[in-house]
Ligand binder design. Structure first.
Ligand code: SF4
Length: 278
């Protein structure tokens, strides 16, 4: 399979491949837009996703120096206000000073494969580099679910490999790095994983083999998942003859939430999200 010149492997498209090869082919290679609802009720889904995007924007603006009270004054939605207050209570002024990068893209090549990741925030505390990812899902996932996500392997790997620019051009050691998922809905139940040299070596091999496997496939060799549950929130259900009824958004778990957000962002005209004016 020949990848387009502007194609990058990301946590999102690699996770799609691991969940369902066909989904990866339809979405990442063929860029197939399929007119179906991934979940319902639609209104709740859209409101929740917009809140998730806005939460990321508010946090970013706060880190960039906008007074948190100005942001608080803007928020009218009660769920969002609760998330925002949880954020401010967890990350007070002192803690926020330890964050050194926000919405930061790490990119490079692994063998001939272009790979990219965008981290929400990066904190340095006691020589430890903590990658933060804000997860705004409705349900608290199990630690094992988060550990199984390719993001938990890719992001620390990317920081160790391509993060020297953030550290005065000195490469970071894998055991200085950890990955933290923080949930505004569940502010005291963060999930953190430490990284290590042995994990780094394992991940490097895994990622190279995975990307080589993908590019070696020909059209027609991307198979449909055998796990029907992976299809419940997938927009290609009717195309794959895996049912036509959209899944219930209120039941959605972390495994599916990410790809829904991905679809939502692809379809969203970013101008539809209200600007944050100060
Ligand atoms: S509906 Fe199921 S089989 Fe089809 S692309 Fe989606 S996850 Fe894969």
């Amino acid at each position: 399979m020949k990848l387009s010149v502007d194609f990058h492997f990301t946590a999102s498209n690699l996770q799609d491949y691991l969940t369902c090869e066909r989904r990866f082919e339809l979405k990442a290679i063929q860029q197939c837009q399929w007119p179906a609802l991934p979940s319902q009720p639609v209104q709740e889904q859209e409101e929740h996703m917009r809140n998730g995007i806005l939460f990321h924007q508010y946090v970013n603006q706060c880190f960039l120096g906008i007074p948190s009270q100005n942001i608080s004054d803007l928020i009218q939605n009660t769920s969002m206000l609760q998330w925002w207050n949880n954020f401010l209570q967890t990350f007070d002024d002192q803690i926020r000073k330890e964050f050194i990068a926000f919405e930061h893209t790490l990119a490079g090549y692994l063998d001939e494969f272009s790979i990219l990741s965008k981290i929400d925030a990066l904190r340095v505390k006691d020589q430890q580099w903590i990658i933060y990812d804000w997860k705004t899902g409705l349900h608290l996932p199990k630690a094992q679910t988060m550990q199984n996500k390719i993001q938990s392997r890719l992001y620390p790997y990317m920081l160790a490999t391509f993060g020297a620019g953030l550290n005065n051009n000195t490469p970071l050691q894998a055991d200085q790095i950890s990955m933290m998922y923080w949930f505004p809905e569940f502010p005291n139940q963060e999930i953190q994983f430490s990284y290590s040299k042995s994990k780094y070596d394992e991940d490097q091999l895994f990622l190279k083999e995975l990307m080589a496997e993908i590019v070696a496939k020909k059209p027609g060799e991307f198979y449909l998942t055998e796990q029907d549950k992976n299809c419940i929130y997938c927009v290609y259900r009717s195309l794959c003859a895996r049912g036509s009824t959209a899944g219930d958004y209120n039941d959605i778990q972390e495994e599916d939430a990410e790809q829904l957000l991905d679809n939502f962002l692809q379809e969203l005209d970013i101008d539809q999200i209200e600007e944050i004016a100060f």
